[in-house]
Design a protein around this ligand. Structure first.
Ligand SMILES: [Ca+2]
Length: 131
């Protein structure tokens, strides 16, 4: 009985964490809208020109493109020039190599970095994970 109760509490705790981390499923969808709980990358250095929004970790940007992008190359890999973290309490690390490797930039909850703030990190990100 005691063990069963504990397992129930763990399940509830995990469910709460999941909801807080991702918001509602609609908000966290990869849908071209940068909503609550998402990490967002932009084609231009001023949070425009193309947008890629993610609720979870992405190990390889190669298979993704920016939404709302009309540039000649709208692929996401090595192409993001500004970033936003719309999670209210989880940091997201953007990495220059796929599979969360290489140098990385930690972006605190509810903060942004534009093109000039990214400097040499601009157009280099290939994966990201929530820490
Ligand atoms: Ca979204």
């Amino acid at each position: 009985m005691g063990i069963r109760f504990k397992q129930g509490m763990v399940a509830v705790a995990l469910a709460v964490v999941g909801v807080l981390a991702l918001g509602s499923p609609a908000q966290a969808a990869h849908d071209g809208h940068c909503g609550g709980g998402e990490a967002c990358l932009y084609y231009s250095g001023a949070f425009s020109g193309g947008l890629a929004d993610f609720g979870g970790d992405i190990a390889n940007y190669t298979n993704y493109s920016f939404f709302h992008c009309s540039a000649s190359n709208c692929g996401l890999n090595d192409n993001a020039a500004s970033i936003r973290n719309l999670s209210s309490f989880i940091t997201v690390d953007f990495c220059v190599d796929s599979w969360f490797r290489g140098g990385e930039v930690g972006l605190d909850p509810l903060t942004t970095m534009n093109g000039s703030q990214l400097g040499g990190w601009r157009n280099r990100f290939s994966s990201h994970y929530w820490i």
